[in-house]
Design a protein around this ligand. Sequence first.
Ligand SMILES: C[S@@+](CC[C@H](N)C(=O)[O-])C[C@H]1O[C@@H](n2cnc3c(N)ncnc32)[C@H](O)[C@@H]1O
Length: 1022
Amino acid sequence: MPAKPHASADIQTGNQDEFLLETQQAPDTPSKSPKPASRKTKSTTRNSRATGDDAQILSYRHADKRVNNPEVGMVTPATDPEAGKTKWAYDPHLDPALGFDPQRSQIETLIDDALASGDSDQMRAALEELKRLQSPYLNWAGKAERTAFDIDIVSLHVHERIDPASILTAVRKAMGAKTKNKDAVKGLQPGLFDAPFESLPLRDAIDFYRHERGWANRLISGDSLLVMNSLLQKENMAGRVQMIYIDPPYGIKYGSNFQPFVGKRDVKDRKDEDLTQEPEMIKAFRDTWELGIHSYLTYLRDRLLLARELLNETGSVFVQISDENVHTVRCLLDEIFGVENFVSLIPFAKTTSSSTNSGLSTVCDYLVWYARDAHKLKYYQLYFEKQLLGAGGGAYRKARDKIGRTRSLTIREIENFSAQHDEWQIFRLDNLTSSRPAGDGDVSSIPFQGRACSPGKGTFKTDKAGLSRLIQAGRLGLAGNTLSYIRYLNDFLVFPISGLWEDTTIAGFAADKQYVVETSAKVIERCLLMTTDPGDLVLDPTCGSGTTAFVAEKWGRRWITCDTSRVAVTLAKQRLMTASYDYYDLKYPQEGLKGGFIYKTVPHITLKSIANNPEIDTIYEQKHPAIEAALEKLNQALQHAKAPALTITEGGRKGQALDFSKGDTLLEWEVPFDYPKNWPATVQDALAAFHSCRQAMQTQMDTSIAAHADQETLYDQPAIARDKLRITGPFTVEAVPFPSVKSLDEADGPAEADTSIARTGESGRQHQWRDELLKAGIRGKGGQKLNFADLEPLPTDDGLQHLHATGHLDSGERVVVSFGPEYGALEQRQVTNALTQAGNLFPLPKMIVFCAFAFDPEAAKDIDALRGITALKAQMNTDLLTDDLRKARAHNQSFWLMGQPEVEVRKTKNDQYVVEVHGFDYFDTVKGELISGGKKKIAMWALDTDYDERSLFPHQVFFPMAGRGEGWEKLKKNIQAELDESRLAAFHGTVSLPFKAGDNRKIAVKIVDDRGIESLKVIPLD
Ligand SMILES: C[S@@+](CC[C@H](N)C(=O)[O-])C[C@H]1O[C@@H](n2cnc3c(N)ncnc32)[C@H](O)[C@@H]1O
């Protein structure tokens, strides 16, 4: 087990660095409480959006720092050497399976030691341990054997620095338009674009991991285990993450989890054409699914173990899973996080009806929620608005008017309630008793309206003094004979959300999906709001289409997310780049996001807050004598006028007729609200005076009750700024470099002993690939073909492990071959090393051929730029990896020559440049053809107009495949209104906007096809 990383002590408070974005302004009324008790909780903060001249487009920035992990252009074997592996071991104390000894010898030792100690604490611990050792546990094939595992320590290389604001600058409306506010500039806010990514001086930048740089969120392409290990080992991020959301493949129908094309969401399990073509995904597929549920559980257990290390002690992990494996996942989490840290199992609706015809339809998935430490868990309660006749509000069926008259409402009246809101206060009679034992001050009977009321089998929720205040404040009523609490709807307009989420299917959601297994944003949003604050760090190691990153960005949290699939990363990148959000005003702008937002609050009047409010007594003492006097006058007037008898409708004398001529008098609660028709007019003033005194006291009581109410914060309802629009902040796109080709001793040998291979140390796969290459040659476009006359393994004992074969073409030229890794892209380091090794050969080869299932774009660019030797890229057909996974092989060609992306640069009259992409070689895996130069398959292309050789910083980004309402058209309409329509339209094409040459006088163009495969071309200007 690696040394337990210590959690950062200041993680909650953060540092107080100055907030970077100067344009953020203090809100007008930072501490003003919202208006109390209005029925619509949303309406008070959702200001109507003003667009137009004063609108600013901003993004949130974080004052935190991150270590300077390498920018890909600066990586060499010397600057970023390989760093070995981390050994991770399971803690046997967490897992009874590992500790259980069938011979019971361990148990006996435990008992003996405890007895010998004579120490009661040790004996107690031994008993607890014994109990745990006896508890059942989940076991699966290979679990007990795998007590430890190694993970390569890799660097995460920064490939792209994306700042949507910088990109949109190119398409903003022309400057100089008149603005109402002189300081605001039409369109995007200047200053916002200042150095979203600072360029560290070369010496510091190359000194990886020793310096810090400003925070930018992170989208990482790579296996979650490698990514999490790198965050822990290279970046010391143990304890830094507040919330982890994991939505792994569910461990069923595995093939349908991998979407092979950006635009193809209809993916079927075990269908050849839907099988992923990404080597990393094929590995993920094999790792997780080859042994069915057994390998799946191992896969998940390893990742959960690392996830736990990354979590802050106050943090939470949510695992999304379906009913097929919820039980096994819960056992796994019990094991890794501890039973005591289980927080909740939340079923959430995913669909309204299931398409399966047989049996009960499955309409929900589950969130399994564990805390790193349940005692320290950061948790914020979220609330739903009460719905009259519905959730949280169904019992509110009575109303009291301004005068104090109460009655039951009809359904129709309730449906039309808002119209009567000012006249009526809607309420319910609620339980006044609890099952707590009676204590000092509690009473078993209380007089109310001339009756003795008892709490039945329970105890009144408050003591005698509290009950008396509730009576004085007019908060008690009778439900039949039961004394009850009068709870107004306005006392608390919301109710706490529970652990059953039925509202998480969204109408039209399926149509909006960008990814086959996309999670509803509402689900992740809720998890995030319950467990994090603005500025906290959120991690999703199963990014998919980037829902967690999107939600985290929306709510001002920092995020890191990763996925092995390039298709997923491409979708997530596009989604984040083109997203827009409301701008939530910061509570303390000088503190940045860590200071939080200005949230709406709602009053929360409780029985307790009334029972404990001493002002009630004072108001009663002051105001009640006047009521008593008014009542006396009323009774005198009734007697004097010899008013006809009145039948009592309330309280202990209900049903009795009072005869005023015989001296009967009304008690306070018996006084009618409506003037009885048969009473003489002379009593009218006295009745009005009585009610006026009573109302005066009630008004004062209500004011005091409101003033003593708690306020609950609605964390999902921050105040929205009217004059600001928001887009995604800066983020980096990173990748796990595949650990370079296997070294001699690590390479898998062939199944049968083969002395020639044993001598060279090449892997079984390379042996097979080389034979195939010799047999099939390399096919080019238009029927061209490169044939080999001979091809032999190279002896690797003199440091030639990056070259795997040598031979001759038919034409007689000497060739060396370097094969990329089995389950990853061939990356830069291999190009550098292979080239150095080729240079040491005698005689020097004429040609070097790099064969790979995928090329890292930087590596491909380097190969394209090689001088002094002919360097070729040959794409390998993934059939070579997936023969056993397919039903049939589509075609026989295994190696294809890949050209460079076709990019044209034109100079315009006014010394500007325009770039046009014509396409790139596209290997059609279904047809088995190499298609040339097509523009149709370009999912996205990006142009860095001033390439600094470190990493790509796109100034213009294009989505040629985007349909209506997609790509940049996803930006909110009010943001689009700030942009130049025709320039924005160009961002969906293949010709760039004109640009000036930058200081580096070099541009870079990255093209991404619909399978997420990238090619990069660097072109000097002039
Ligand atoms: C169910 S999807 C997540 C979908 C996501 N919640 C969303 O809203 O789009 C699971 C994702 O995990 C990815 N994945 C599978 N194995 C992985 C691994 N070992 N490392 C990283 N990602 C992996 C898959 O490529 C897939 O995109």
